[in-house]
Design a protein around this ligand. Structure first.
Ligand SMILES: Cc1ncc(COP(=O)(O)O)c(C=O)c1O
Length: 417
């Protein structure tokens, strides 16, 4: 039986040798995620959790989507029947055309034929693993990296190796060094408003990574669910546009519209998409046709751009509320990120602090966050943690951080006692 405990960040699944029919060897040692455990434990109004990268539900355009679904389910013009029917594996043509236009704004030249709709960008990661990764293949990732990506790579039985990053993201020299030593099949990056750090890779580094992909012949997977959520500064073009034959670009409507729709996409070379088509057919045949049709309608009605501008205002205000308090909350010597978009702040506490110990003190005080541990593919930094500001209004952020201040005091007091 799997039991989530308040004091654990990762709960082991039952061992394969448990009584009963055996499980696959590749799930041996798989761990459920810290985030899921924390969210499950704290799905309570009482707790202010800065845990998941959860969009602000009060900002969802519910009435816009009611209109969109109503329009596509019109019983009189046949569109409703089309939207409820099986569709193409690679996705609705009108939606793919609209996505091609959108990725063009991020600097990627694409037509509908280059776009492949997935059930969230998480499924794109799944398809890429199925299509490209054999057991033992090396995947290089940022240190730290997106934890559900790491989980998928573990399931693929890849050898996942992290590459050092600074406040601007991955260091191309360190990447080249790792590429020479480890000959990766794939490099996985979240270059814009990274999860978990919030950092954004500068243009020159993007070009350098693209050159490495072309020179050494690896796949570079650019995961970009947050790129449109820029609330400060100038946009930086997607990395994929600089190495189109080696890049797979992933994004999603989860953060700009709503994650419950489960619609994302990838843009990749034709050979990879041909394989992805066969793989996806065996997984779920296609992404919900009615959700795709509603999004296509919403985009054609020109509603997304204004909505994204509104979301950026909402998230800017929240990030500023959090940032304003971190300097007084965090102990001397702590470092934290100041993202220009996205949802996350990454905190590095001074040496000797343990994020897990802080969480143990935070939970009884009605506040939670994610300790950094599950974001590391190999060597872990125990003193790191991720805070997400996206899901709480500024007043609640201030209250949550005041509670967290109590947890810091308790840990310091406990150490003194
Ligand atoms: C970096 C990254 N990639 C992928 C995803 C998955 O998003 P989706 O809802 O599109 O599957 C997330 C969600 O948090 C994410 O942060």
């Amino acid at each position: 039986v799997v039991i989530a405990r308040a004091d654990s960040t990762a709960v082991r699944l039952p061992p394969v040798a448990a009584p009963g029919p055996a499980l696959a060897r590749r799930v041996e040692g798989l761990e459920s995620t810290a985030i899921r455990n924390i969210l499950a434990l704290l799905a309570s109004e009482e707790v202010i959790h800065f845990g998941g990268g959860i969009p602000a539900a009060e900002a969802f355009d519910v009435s816009g989507f009611r209109d969109a679904f109503q329009a596509v389910l019109d019983p009189h013009d046949g569109s409703g029947r089309r939207a409820l029917q099986y569709g193409l594996v690679e996705g609705d043509v009108a939606l793919r055309e609209a996505i091609a236009e959108r990725v063009g704004r991020r600097g990627i030249e694409a037509t509908a034929a280059d776009v492949f709709v997935t059930s969230g960008s998480q499924q794109a990661l799944d398809l890429i693993c199925a299509a490209c990764i054999d057991e033992g293949d090396v995947i290089l990732v940022e240190r730290p990296s997106y934890l559900a990506g790491l989980q998928r790579f573990a399931l693929a039985q890849a050898d996942v190796v992290s590459v050092p990053c600074d406040e601007e993201g991955i260091d191309p020299d360190a990447l080249e060094d790792a590429v020479r030593r480890r000959s990766p099949k794939l490099v996985y990056l979240v270059p814009t408003f990274q999860n978990p750090t919030g950092s954004t890779l500068p243009l020159e580094r993007r070009r350098a990574v693209a050159r490495l992909a072309e020179r050494y012949g690896f796949w570079v997977v650019e995961d970009d669910p947050y790129g449109e959520l820029r609330f400060r500064g100038d946009p930086v073009p997607a990395l994929s546009g600089y190495a189109p034959a080696h890049a797979v670009y992933l994004s999603s409507f989860s953060k700009t519209i709503a994650p419950g729709l489960r619609v994302g996409w990838m843009v990749a070379p034709a050979g990879l998409l041909d394989v992805a088509r066969v793989v996806k057919q065996s997984k779920d045949i296609h992404t919900s046709a009615v959700a795709q049709a509603a999004i296509a309608h919403y985009l054609a009605a020109g509603r997304l751009d204004g909505h994204v501008r509104y979301l950026c205002d909402v998230y800017r205000e929240r990030q500023e509320a959090m940032s304003a308090l971190l300097a007084e909350l965090l102990p001397d010597g702590a470092r934290w990120t100041e993202p220009d978009g996205g949802m996350f702040v990454w905190v590095e506490l001074p040496e000797g602090w343990m994020a897990q110990q802080l969480l143990d003190a935070a939970i009884p005080r009605g506040v939670a966050f994610v300790p950094g541990q599950p974001f590391f593919a190999d060597t872990v930094s125990e003193e790191t943690l991720r805070l997400s500001y996206s899901n709480h209004a500024p007043g609640r952020i201030r209250e949550g951080l005041a509670r967290l201040a109590g947890a810091f005091e308790a840990v310091v007091g406990g150490a003194r006692a």
